[in-house]
Design a protein around this ligand. Structure first.
Ligand code: FDA
Length: 322
């Protein structure tokens, strides 16, 4: 129920506009690393000092205007230059809909080509994040088209899709991030039960660790992380063949602990003003994440129930203004 509510809210344009205006006052900074490149680079430098690399997401998605998509492309190129100029250990995560996939496939391809070419010149990796099912095949097509000219690209496999096993086989020569999947998908295309999603997640991770290129295991789930630690040990998989990834602001202690244990660790660092859809999906995954926001508002520790109640109140007030 709550998952559906938050996913629905993530697509509400009026709430998005309000959130952009008031968001940072509501505590979005706990999970978003600033609104501009300078603030984001400072956050990445801090992570780097802990031995953690970063994948940077200049927030934005579902763009329906060409000028917006061109602006997003230019901003991402600025981020690539900032990574290079500041000598930080980081790469890029982007979304095809941010670069015009909903407007025109070839327009999006041209935007992506410019980004990937610039990143290639500066030896920076680009990850194509995966969005909902309707964008799945076009995103793979974009990747496969660009891979004819560039090798600094990779993508994401979502374990809730039935077809992910087939997709991971087809893309085993790419660097892949494996996740459970963040969007609401129908039972015709995706597993609905956590147990099935988790089982498939483990199957896909093991398959890419054994037969694929570099694997990024992106999860906050300690059960999965512990399973992977055991699996790589049993199969003598070297630490430079994989990394763990988590989102900025989530389970920070565990992030530092894994880096200290000598695992490659990469934090997904979103920044910018267009944070609303991203944040709503985090709430859909785990309503307790409201706690993070509420702690920022009141600047003191609250328990989970107070967090959910206060957060729901704030969100309720916002939705009444629509
Ligand atoms: P899940 O939410 O299933 O939680 C499992 C268990 O882990 C919980 O029951 C709890 O015990 C523990 N846990 C989880 N979060 C916790 C917390 N904050 N504190 C304490 N315990 C916690 N999705 C997508 O569709 N496309 C994409 O491109 C990406 N990209 C991406 C990058 C990165 C770096 C990450 C981490 C995630 C994504 N995702 C994504 C999102 C992903 O698909 C998924 O929705 C979320 O990661 C939530 O699933 P988890 O595996 O983290 O655990």
């Amino acid at each position: 129920m709550l998952k559906d509510l938050f996913i629905g809210m993530s697509q509400n344009k009026i709430l998005n506009a309000l959130a952009q205006k008031y968001g940072f006052k509501l505590g979005a900074q706990s999970v978003v690393a600033g609104t501009n490149i300078k603030e984001m680079i400072e956050s990445v430098k801090e992570l780097n000092t802990q031995g953690i690399s970063a994948t940077i997401d200049n927030l934005g998605e579902f763009v329906s205007d060409k000028q917006e998509a061109i602006a997003a492309k230019e901003q991402i190129i600025e981020v690539i230059e900032a990574i290079h100029d500041n000598h930080v250990d980081a790469h890029i995560s982007l979304k095809a809909t941010q670069l015009g996939l909903d407007i025109d496939y070839n327009f999006c391809l041209a935007n992506l080509r410019e980004i990937v070419a610039k990143a290639n010149e500066l030896n920076i990796f680009i990850n194509f994040d995966m969005e909902d099912y309707s964008h799945l095949q076009p995103s793979f097509d974009l990747l496969d088209e660009l891979s004819k000219d560039y090798s600094n690209i990779g993508t994401v496999i979502q374990s809730y899709f039935y077809q992910s096993e087939e997709n991971i086989q087809k893309h085993k020569d790419y660097r892949l991030r494996i996740v459970k999947g963040a969007y609401k998908e129908p039972m015709e295309v995706a597993y609905q039960d956590k147990k099935d999603i988790d089982e498939n997640f483990i199957k896909l991770i093991e398959s890419h660790l054994l037969h694929g290129k570099f694997t990024s295991i992106a999860t906050h789930d300690h059960h999965i992380i512990n399973h992977v630690k055991k699996f790589v040990n049993e199969h003598n998989i070297a630490k430079d063949k994989f990394e763990f990834q988590m989102l900025y602001g989530f389970r920070k202690d565990l992030q530092f602990e894994l880096a200290k244990e000598g695992y490659n660790f990469c934090t997904y660092v979103p920044f910018g003003t267009d944070w609303y859809g991203y944040f709503m999906r985090r709430l859909a995954e785990r309503p307790q994440n409201l706690n993070l926001m509420v702690k920022q508002v009141f600047n003191k520790k609250t328990n989970t129930m107070i967090g959910i109640g206060a957060g729901a109140f704030i969100l309720g007030r916002l939705s009444k203004k629509k």
